[in-house]
Write a protein that binds this ligand. Structure first.
Ligand code: HEC
Length: 121
């Protein structure tokens, strides 16, 4: 019984711990993020973040609409991975080397301002 209880407590901590990490919001400046977004991202992702930017018409893989439940369900960390590494087989290239880490976090804060996260923190 004690053994089971210990296992249960350990499992609970792991689950709780993970979701706590996953739900962490990055600090960032949404105003700086807005300027970066308008310069680098708006052409594809659109003014409102709905994926309807002026360049999106020519793309086979459409830019992500940040308002979808799928996108809003992602953690900040998942967005960072997409921005930093790019999305395979899509026109979303890696921004590593073009944007600093802090700038990526700024732009994530702006994306979240346009389309609030569903991830409970
Ligand atoms: C050339 C067009 C283009 C530009 C410019 C662009 N993106 Fe993307 N973006 C895409 C496409 C296409 C996808 C992938 C859509 C898919 O996988 O269905 C994507 C996916 C993403 C995702 C993943 C979202 C999710 O929910 O999975 C993020 C985050 C993202 N872009 C952020 C940015 C940011 C920030 C910038 C500017 C620094 C930017 N993108 C610039 C086209 C673009």
């Amino acid at each position: 019984m004690v053994k089971h209880l210990t296992t249960a407590v350990v499992l609970l901590c792991m689950v709780a711990g993970n979701s706590w990490i996953a739900a962490q919001e990055f600090h960032g400046n949404p105003d700086a993020g807005e300027a970066l977004y308008k310069t680098h991202c708006l052409s594809c992702h659109g003014r409102m973040g709905d994926g309807q930017g002026p360049d999106s018409k020519d793309l086979v893989v459409q830019p992500k609409d940040f308002h979808t439940l799928e996108s809003r369900g992602r953690t900040d960390f998942e967005l960072l991975i997409a921005i930093s590494n790019g999305v395979l087989f899509s026109p979303m290239h890696s921004w590593r080397g073009r944007l600093k880490d802090e700038e990526m976090m700024d732009v994530i804060r702006y994306i979240r301002a346009l389309a609030p996260s569903r991830v409970v923190s």
